[in-house]
Write a protein that binds this ligand. Structure first.
Ligand code: SAM
Length: 322
């Protein structure tokens, strides 16, 4: 009872309920919240501290940025947080204005990322090989799909189309989607240079994939999720696109503190913990089957593989490989 009363007391204040309403749309940094709420940073930080102490929010630091998000475990306070967000009247004037400003913040982020990708479309293949031994990761990716039959393969954030290129011989149809027109034109010319005819690319957003529900055997995010401002939403969208027994593959970094990737390469997240990906996958109705880490000099790359359970899906134990 004490925990419930503490959570209700913390939420029962106009700015704090607005904060919950905003975080119901994804995680935000303190400065983004300050910008949206138009209140001083110390005031916003105080509200965030109270909500976090009451168990309604999670706080995590990545380099110099501090993020907040609604608790998303299986506990009752998480249910309370989500219920409070759902109860906020959609036509409330403050809430509507907050959401408009949130849209502005997201647009700014997208513009920043798009500017980076436009500037780097030409040399992205060089940039991507700076940090880890890509070949090793690619070999493991191919070995993980084994000799199963793959009708439809979706590469989210395809960039120069590298994943389509390496998977093309093993799939019937491949589709790469990307937000950046410059990246798409690079991918188009790469596919045509390599005479890959079973793959195409299309403009699209990871939050609204241009494919039908249950239409894909494999969905892959290769070095893309760290650009997401709402990775959980992106994974739910991928789960929607997967067929039953289909596979989601995420390749990204384990947590690191190379702030330069944020400053110069537009990364939003400095890597992901296994538990984060496991929880987001579970919320999206997927089950992590395998985690493989590749330790590099400065960065650890990870492959997380999840399945969308279906009738033919046998129970498996999670394997973690280092
Ligand atoms: C680091 S590159 C990785 C490209 C490719 N997957 C690879 O590993 O070579 C990330 C790509 O994600 C794309 N991207 C970023 N945000 C996106 C979004 N919301 N929807 C689709 N693509 C996005 C960028 O335009 C960029 O091409």
């Amino acid at each position: 009872m004490d925990a419930l009363l503490a959570a209700l007391r913390a939420a029962g204040e106009p700015t704090r309920i607005r904060i919950l309403g905003l975080l119901g749309h994804g995680e935000l940094t303190v400065s983004e919240l300050t910008h949206i709420l138009r209140q001083s940073q110390p005031r916003v930080s105080r509200h965030l501290k109270l909500l976090t102490e009451a168990g309604l929010l999670n706080r995590f630091r990545e380099g110099t940025w501090v993020f907040y998000r609604l608790v998303d475990d299986d506990g009752k306070t998480a249910t309370l947080a989500r219920t409070l967000v759902d109860l906020i009247p959609e036509d409330d004037a403050d809430h509507t204005r907050d959401l408009d400003r949130l849209a502005e913040v997201k647009e700014l982020r997208a513009e920043k990322a798009a500017a980076y990708f436009s500037a780097n479309a030409g040399n992205w293949d060089k940039v991507r090989s700076l940090y880890v031994e890509e070949k090793e990761v690619e070999r493991e990716l191919l070995s993980q799909i084994g000799d199963r039959e793959i009708e439809d393969f979706l590469d989210v954030g395809t960039g120069t189309g590298r994943m389509l290129e390496i998977f093309a011989p093993y799939i019937n149809r491949g589709l790469g989607i990307d937000l950046s027109h410059e990246m798409l034109s690079m991918a188009r010319s790469n596919l045509s240079d390599k005479k890959i005819t079973n793959c195409q690319v299309r403009h699209g957003d990871m939050y609204a994939l241009p494919v039908d529900d249950g239409s894909q055997d494999i969905v892959i995010f290769h070095q893309v999720l760290h650009y997401a401002d709402d990775p959980q939403d992106a994974l739910s969208e991928a789960a929607r696109a997967l067929r039953k027994t289909g596979t989601l593959i995420i390749v990204d970094f384990a947590p690191h503190d190379l702030e330069i990737l944020r400053e110069e390469h537009a990364h939003r997240r400095l890597g992901f913990r296994d538990e984060e990906i496991i929880n987001w996958s579970r919320s999206a109705g997927l089950k992590i089957e395998d985690i493989t880490h590749f330790d590099g000099a400065e960065l650890t790359a990870t492959i997380w593989r999840a399945v969308k359970p279906g009738p033919r899906h046998a129970k498996t134990k999670l394997a973690v490989v280092q």
